[in-house]
Write a protein that binds this ligand. Sequence first.
Ligand code: C2E
Ligand code: CA
Ligand code: CA
Ligand code: CA
Length: 277
Amino acid sequence: SKEMGGNRARFYNTEDTRHLNRRIDIEAALRPALYLRQFHLSYQPVYRTADGGLRGFEALIRWVHPELGTVEPSEFIPIAEHNGLIIPIGEWVLREACRMLASLNANGADSLIMGINVSPHQLKDPTFSRTVLHTLKEYGLPPEALELEITEHSSLYASDAAITALSWLRAAGVRVALDDFGTGSSSLANLLQLPVQCLKIDKSFIGKIDADSAERILVEGIIQLVHKLGLEVLAEGVEFEEQYSRLREWGCDYVQGYLLSKPMELGALDLSVIRRS
Ligand code: C2E
Ligand code: CA
Ligand code: CA
Ligand code: CA
């Protein structure tokens, strides 16, 4: 109401007010978004450096709202985590990504890996591991076909529930990758505490390895360290040829980034095109 707007103006400057209003709009629009089928997934290919072959994809959520336009996941995922909607949204992502992978398989793909981003709030949900295994079964997918990309929130730091769920899923064969490695939300402590199989080095590091930098030393070292631990390593945000050749030289297993492909709308029949590129 006008009166509320007036009150707000007394306490916040206009920049804060705009920010707050946008958040309120997004939150209100988010509630019916699933039901109104406003989400879709975009898929970014991941390649092996050894032979240039397609390893699989990372599924990334997209939301186009009729009035708000495109809302970035970095804007609405934190809101969904705050109000609990991340649980049904995350379940939809899981199903949709599995449905796509099953349909790719039906069109001749084999042993592709589908990565999905999983919020720590989902990991704390006691039904999470059951839902994942049930969904894989429903689409006839082997557990190894799915990779859960996880990060840590300080508030949930290595919670017992999360570790239990992940250990259970790992035992069943589901892959787990530690995402955004090297940032505040993904650290060495996480690497040691969580049952992960693959580490994704954050793009903020990859963006700096073509210069003579500390990042370059760090990334080369991380790749060695990860291999010594018997794990796999993926570099995200590869944008330039030089970055790709360095990463390959250093033995980084997998790469993902605009140089190779942007996230794309995918139909089952597009697979032949991706494979040839
Ligand atoms: P993320 O998991 O680190 O995903 C990688 C982000 O980097 C994606 O942004 C992708 O589009 C972008 N990217 C890919 N290649 C490049 C590159 O070469 N250079 C640069 N600068 N960026 C690149 P996007 O799609 O906007 O997603 C942002 C974040 O939102 C994701 O970061 C992830 O944390 C979260 N997110 C996306 N989809 C989901 C989802 O389905 N569930 C959950 N819980 N979070 C999601
Ligand atoms: Ca990710
Ligand atoms: Ca990432
Ligand atoms: Ca990220």
